[in-house]
Design a protein around this ligand. Structure first.
Ligand SMILES: N[C@@H](CCC(=O)N[C@@H](CS)C(=O)NCC(=O)O)C(=O)O
Length: 206
């Protein structure tokens, strides 16, 4: 049985949802960022981390999602098996990791982006982060025009991957999701999913 190390609301929400969609037994362990327990499985002190029964560890959300989709083809969460479908899945996974997730760092952790400890300097970093996130959400919103899911092959791990980031934007961007109707629609579809609701309740400690 795999074990997922997660922190509430973090990007680990994506594999948490995917494990629930798959429906096979798994364990979910809530950890604190930088805790001894997390550092023991991931020297970066970051979530998500997946551990298989034989002790094999996998980090990086995109790799974990790809692994889970391929480990459980019966769940139909890869977005398709053709050469191009797989390339599209990698494309959007990379976009979420490198462009969208990375754009949030100045917003969440401005102190990592300036040596100036003054409030004004940090506020400026957050504002720059908002612009960076907005740029990526424009791309996401345009991609989702006329689509119910991120990939042509229907519901996939890439939808789950987008979900935590959409929730961050909803909370952190000054205008929330207001300018991004297509992103809002993807969010609402996922938020209505009973499996997603179970995981959100678990992560909220309900
Ligand atoms: N590139 C990694 C990033 C993982 C990551 O940074 N996760 C965040 C939560 S969304 C975290 O645990 N941050 C803790 C820290 O940076 O100290 C991935 O995609 O899995």
């Amino acid at each position: 049985m795999p074990t997922l190390y997660y922190a509430p609301g973090a990007c680990s929400l994506a594999p948490h949802i995917v494990l629930e969609w798959i429906g096979a037994p798994y364990e979910a362990v809530r950890v604190k960022h930088g805790s001894e327990e997390l550092l023991a499985v991931n020297p970066a002190g970051a979530v998500p981390t997946l551990r298989e029964d034989d002790g094999w560890l996998l980090t990086q959300a995109g790799a974990i999602l790809d692994y889970l989709a391929n480990k459980h083809p019966e769940a139909g969460l890869s977005g398709g098996d053709s050469l191009r479908a797989r390339a599209e899945a990698h494309r959007w996974s990379a976009f979420l990791t490198s462009d969208v997730h990375a754009a949030f760092w100045p917003v969440f952790m401005p102190f990592r982006y300036t040596a100036d400890e003054g409030k004004e300097a940090r506020r400026a970093v957050v504002e720059a982060g908002h612009k960076l996130v907005a740029k990526q959400f424009d791309i996401l919103n345009t991609h989702l025009d006329g689509r119910e899911h991120m990939l042509d092959g229907g519901r996939s791990v890439i939808d789950a991957y987008a979900f935590p980031m959409i929730r961050w934007a909803q909370k952190m961007l000054p205008g929330g999701l207001e300018p991004y109707a297509n992103v809002q629609a993807l969010h609402d579809g996922l938020a209505a999913d009973p499996a997603v609701q179970r995981i959100l309740a678990r992560e909220a400690g309900k």
